[in-house]
Design a protein around this ligand. Structure first.
Ligand code: FAD
Length: 290
């Protein structure tokens, strides 16, 4: 089923879409445990699960496709396969899309990706909108895209970033997933700007539950999300108490989601970090809202 159909079906229920993101583990040991993680995540009945894609290398990262196939065939949940393009040529992208088509996987999240200094950049694609245009020529895929409520770090300013986002939508993206954020007001301001710019696609709000301070600091450095004062206080107070930080982090994420749903958000995308317990705790906290 295509993501657009999922949104249409969910709209009739008056409830937002709920989705998860997972990544293919790098270590063989963790890869062996992915089935147990998938089983628990799928038991929480997300509307779909997206699987991240590596920056590239000498061989195409097949783990993403393999995991997506499992999600679809073993657990009956719709997968979205992320695809990045800076380190891949048209032929490689075309090859991956063929694999997806053969596996009956209809949903792709088209991304530019970031430069990995250890891998040469292929110059077939410079920005995600070019990948979107290419995917459109390769089959009947539903194409999602990424967006940045607090502006992409490389963008000149917020308005330029929104104009560039519109290019992606005009190229064929019909669903957006946001970068993680901790300040809902930033998301609401961004959403408003997308509507003013003529973007009418659903925008899923990306929520990353805090499980440890180092992880959050790393992610915040990578993506530039701002930390509201009340969130900073939690990090400071519980930085040396793992269990308490987890409790407070869950409460914060649940509060964020409740507020988003009260404001009629299109969907909530949980960056699970492959932690099914954390995803489970969040779902318990919002069970009657989704
Ligand atoms: P783009 O949409 O191409 O935007 C990148 C920058 O270029 C922005 O500053 C934008 O304003 C500007 N821009 C865009 N189009 C144009 C244009 N035509 N002309 C001039 N400027 C332009 N990374 C991974 O490696 N693997 C993943 O699986 C992955 N999953 C992600 C999932 C989500 C939901 C998000 C939010 C991010 C994900 N990322 C992933 C990270 C992502 O690859 C980076 O944030 C990357 O820097 C930008 O990718 P993009 O597709 O948003 O790029």
């Amino acid at each position: 089923m295509k993501v657009t159909e999922i949104f249409e079906a969910k709209k009739k229920t008056g409830k937002p879409v709920l989705s998860f993101e997972i990544f293919p583990p790098k270590k063989e040991e963790a890869l062996k445990n992915i089935d147990a993680t998938l089983e628990k995540l799928c038991d929480l009945h997300p509307d779909f699960i997206s699987v991240t894609f590596g920056a590239g290398g000498s061989t195409v990262d097949n783990k993403t496709v393999e995991i997506a196939k499992k999600i679809k065939n073993t657990y009956g949940v719709e997968p979205i396969v992320h695809l990045t393009c800076l380190h891949y040529g048209k032929e490689e992208i075309s090859g991956i899309l063929k694999q997806l088509e053969e596996a009956g996987i209809e949903n792709v999240l088209a991304l530019r990706g970031d430069v990995n200094p250890n891998i040469p950049v292929k110059y077939d694609f410079q920005y995600a909108n070019e990948l979107v245009e290419f995917i459109k020529t390769q089959g009947n895929f539903h194409i999602s895209g990424a967006c940045y409520p607090e502006t992409h770090l490389e963008a000149k300013d917020a308005i330029t970033d929104i104009h560039n986002l519109k290019r992606k939508v005009d190229a064929g993206v019909t669903h957006l997933v946001s970068q993680l954020f901790f300040d809902n007001e930033a998301f609401y301001r961004f959403y408003e700007k997308t509507r003013i710019a003529g973007i009418s696609t659903p925008v899923e709000a990306g929520i990353m539950p805090v499980t440890n301070k180092a992880n959050i600091e790393r992610m915040v450095n990578l993506c530039g999300a701002s930390l509201p004062k009340k969130f900073e206080r939690i990090l400071k107070k519980y930085e040396n108490n793992k269990e308490a930080l987890l409790d407070a982090g869950m409460a914060y994420a649940i509060n964020q989601i409740v507020d988003l749903i009260a404001n009629d958000v299109d969907g909530v995308h949980i960056y699970t970090m492959n932690n099914s317990k954390v995803a489970g705790r969040i779902c318990d906290g919002i069970r009657n809202l989704i």
